[in-house]
Design a protein around this ligand. Structure first.
Ligand SMILES: NC(=O)c1ccc[n+]([C@@H]2O[C@H](COP(=O)([O-])OP(=O)(O)OC[C@H]3O[C@@H](n4cnc5c(N)ncnc54)[C@H](O)[C@@H]3O)[C@@H](O)[C@H]2O)c1
Length: 290
């Protein structure tokens, strides 16, 4: 695994709402395992409680208070990680709280040189059913939130002489997945292009930006946001396994491993691109073997 010992990571949307391993928490954990200092940001206090407890190795519940957008408290991470992890509550739709989260990272761990933007909400419904306000919400959180986070990260990366921006997009932003979620798809397509443009625009300053496009990944998110497209959760799981060229969905750790690589100097000449982690899904037009 790549070495992140000199990296300070803003891991946004990397709490775990139900204590299970999702893409965000798997990434935060992998960054820590690679030696980075990590500021875990989430709008959901409970998601941070669970993340903190899991990192402390207890897995049993809330592990302390979190800093807030107003810096009202300090996180209490597990003893073995106490100097390398902190948590902070912030909503990417609220620039003031996002700014305070970056301040919190800088004052408690150091100035961030890696931004990992994992936040992504699924907004279901198409032309027949979706109100424009709901469409705009998907863009606000999945795309404008990323822009705001990049804006916050830029001065820190400039001061450090470089940095790595990683966004978590989706194969749903590359092709039609058969799901009735055009708002989600459009937001992720926008995120992919935003990331590429930023990577190209700031390359001369040593700042890279790359997007990871997960394919069909087995996370709690699909139970909450995708299962409604199927008759049952079991139908969803077997359909998504069957759709995957490998015969099974990917795991959150598959995304996390690439995130660590992109955060590291091992990927120093990889910039302004999109890397699917999908078992071959976007290139596959055959009948999957089960
Ligand atoms: N699971 C899949 O199959 C799949 C496929 C493609 C892409 N993705 C992408 O992976 C990412 C999500 O992965 P996950 O498993 O960690 O999801 P998750 O929903 O479990 O975690 C997302 C975290 O983001 C937080 N969050 C949501 N809105 C926020 C906001 N406004 N401000 C701050 N934090 C906010 C949530 O509280 C949550 O803790 C998303 O970007 C999603 O689009 C997932």
């Amino acid at each position: 695994m790549s070495d992140l010992k000199d990296k300070i990571v803003m891991a946004i949307g990397c709490g775990t709402p139900d204590g299970q391993v999702n893409n965000g928490f798997a990434a935060a954990k992998a960054f820590l395992a690679a030696g980075a200092k990590v500021c875990i940001v989430d709008r959901d206090t409970v998601a941070l409680d669970h993340a903190q407890a899991a990192l402390a190795g207890t897995g049993t519940g809330p592990g302390g208070s979190h800093a807030t957008g107003n810096l009202l408290g300090e996180a209490e991470p597990g003893a073995d990680l106490d100097s390398r992890v902190t948590t902070v509550v912030a909503d990417v739709g609220d620039e003031a709280s996002l700014s305070a989260a970056f301040d919190h990272c800088a004052s408690s761990l150091g100035e961030p040189t890696v931004l990992h933007y994992n936040v992504g909400i699924v907004v279901n419904g198409g032309l027949d059913t979706l109100e424009t306000a709901a469409f705009a919400k998907a863009l606000d959180i999945n795309l404008t939130g990323a822009f705001a986070a990049m804006q916050q990260a830029l001065p820190y990366m400039r001061r450090a002489g470089g940095g790595s921006i990683i966004t978590v997009s989706s194969v749903g932003g590359m092709r039609y997945m058969g799901y009735d979620y055009p708002a989600y798809a459009a937001s992720k397509a926008g995120l992919i292009e935003l990331t590429k443009v930023v990577g190209a625009q700031y390359a001369a300053e040593g700042i890279r930006a790359n997007s990871i496009a997960p394919g069909l990944i087995e996370t709690p998110l699909i139970h909450n946001s995708i299962s409604g497209h199927y008759d049952s959760v079991e139908d969803m799981l077997s359909a998504r396994h069957a759709l995957s060229p490998t015969g099974k969905m990917g795991q959150p750790e598959d995304i996390a491993k690439l995130a660590v690589f992109l955060a590291s100097d091992d990927s120093s000449y990889i910039n302004s691109t999109l890397i699917p982690v999908d078992g071959g899904l976007v290139h596959f037009a055959g009948t999957p073997k089960t």
